[in-house]
Design a protein around this ligand. Structure first.
Ligand SMILES: Cc1ncc(COP(=O)(O)O)c(C=O)c1O
Length: 438
């Protein structure tokens, strides 16, 4: 059992290896510091035995439900390509980052240094000056959207929320929760926001500030909204830069987007390869005061959606970001894009409707007719569409296995009487292989 003494030691180890051990302040946690971080030094106790691939653990047979599901993970954007053996000892600690990551609270077992290190990493990726942002590690992508949109509402209390109809459902949930006026904007066949419709809606509401959710990868089609065009449209409609607030939902593809986000007010990202759900939320420092309140009980500032926060996630994220580095991530992204193109091309060669957006690793294709197949491959479906998000753990071998199964399945599902569905309205006639469009 972990007693209170051990917890105190843990605090010191977490702080000591970074702030004290290096003689550096938390703000200067650099990528190179990974060498001095020795997570195995935290506790000497052995971890519980790992269940082996054959399901055996100390002579007891167990059903490997988790393991079985991992191999065929397709439709949901979880990066399963990680090895955190070195951090397994952290399970002994209850790590909680409640409060503002940039302000010391009275609760000692925290990982705020790692949290700030992760935020800095993303700020650098997105080319935001260090003293220009505030942020925290969220519990999920939904929390990032709830936060980004709430800050927008606090900055512009009478602002209207604009979001394309293909935005994640949490965006519309935020509008309901905050009782905001919300305009759903039409999309192009790719899934990108339709700026013609956006313009019409803006012109009808010129008297109120605009809060815009811009997608950097929509949930179903992985479409990337054209941020430049969104800003240009706002300007053309007479919205000066102090009358709009842009939140970027990059839950899916933030790593693919390397351009400067200088006009953006808030950003979020998830899926960096972490064993627990989490996300990264950044917002302009100048905006966060509109939301935050001092809380004496915390001896900190409340500027987050949740109270307690997972303190393990920042350590795992920090570890993986620093181990891989920007170059490592770039390579991973290239691999994902290559593999996504491979999947799309093989599907089309097999006469299966399929689409892959630019800058995306989400391959959209004809929904398999067999629901058991859909469940087995954990495909996310909407109407006649299914998709696979090609994450780093989705290898060519897995894709080949999947392709063989779907091709085999289709030879049973379809015949002269039952034809594959038409996907022209969903993904465009050029990408549709139905009897009419092939
Ligand atoms: C674009 C987008 N935003 C937000 C979310 C919400 O993420 P979470 O399920 O982590 O709350 C998702 C989830 O898939 C998403 O695709």
């Amino acid at each position: 059992m972990v007693g209170s003494n051990v917890e105190v030691d843990a605090t010191m180890s977490l702080n000591g290896s970074l702030a004290n051990g290096n003689g550096k302040s938390v703000e200067h946690l650099a990528v190179a510091d990974v060498e001095s971080f020795d997570p195995t030094a935290v506790v000497a106790e052995p971890v519980p035995p790992v269940v082996q691939a054959n399901g055996e653990d100390g002579g007891k047979k167990r059903e490997m439900v988790l393991g079985k599901n991992v191999g065929r993970c397709g439709g949901y954007p979880y990066n399963l390509d990680f090895d955190y053996g070195a951090l397994s000892q952290l399970q002994h600690f209850s790590i909680n980052n409640l409060g503002d990551p940039f302000i010391e609270s009275n609760y000692g077992v925290h990982s705020r240094q790692f949290e700030v290190g992760v935020l800095d990493w993303f700020a650098r990726l997105w080319e935001i000056e260090k003293n220009d942002y505030w942020g925290y590690i969220t519990n999920c992508g939904t929390e990032g959207n709830l936060h980004g949109i709430l800050v927008g509402r606090e900055v512009f209390p009478d602002g209207i929320l604009y979001a394309s109809k293909e935005s994640h459902y949490s965006v519309f949930k935020a509008a309901r929760m905050y009782r905001m006026e919300c305009e759903k904007v039409a999309t192009l066949v790719t899934g990108e926001i339709d700026c013609k419709d956006f313009k019409e809606k803006l012109l009808l509401n010129k008297d109120k500030p605009a809060i815009i959710n811009v997608n950097i990868g929509t949930t179903v089609k992985g479409a990337v909204d054209d941020l430049d065009l969104v800003i240009q449209t706002l300007e053309e409609c007479g919205f000066s830069h102090d009358r709009f607030y842009i939140h970027c939902d990059g839950a899916l593809h933030q790593k693919f987007h390397s351009r400067s986000l200088s006009e953006v007010s808030a950003f979020q990202a998830t899926n960096c390869g972490c064993p627990m759900p989490c996300g990264v939320q950044l917002t302009r420092l100048k905006h966060i005061n509109a939301l935050s309140r001092n809380v004496e009980y915390l001896a900190s500032r409340d500027a987050t959606i949740m109270g307690s926060r997972n303190g393990h996630a920042p350590i795992f994220l920090w570890y993986t970001l620093n181990r891989k580095g920007y170059k490592g991530f770039q390579k991973e992204v290239q691999k994902c894009l290559r593999n996504a193109h491979y999947l799309k091309d093989r599907l089309r060669e097999a006469g299966i409707s399929a689409m892959l957006n630019e800058l995306s690793s989400t391959v959209v294709f004809e929904r398999p007719r067999d629901e058991e197949f859909v469940r087995r491959w954990q495909l996310a479906c909407e109407g006649n569409m299914a998709h696979i998000v090609v994450m780093p753990s989705v290898t060519i071998q897995k894709l080949d296995y999947f392709l063989n199964e779907i091709i085999q399945g289709r030879s049973i599902w379809y015949n002269d009487e039952v034809q594959p569905p038409c996907l022209a309205a969903d993904i465009g006639s050029d990408n549709c292989s139905c009897a009419l469009h092939k």
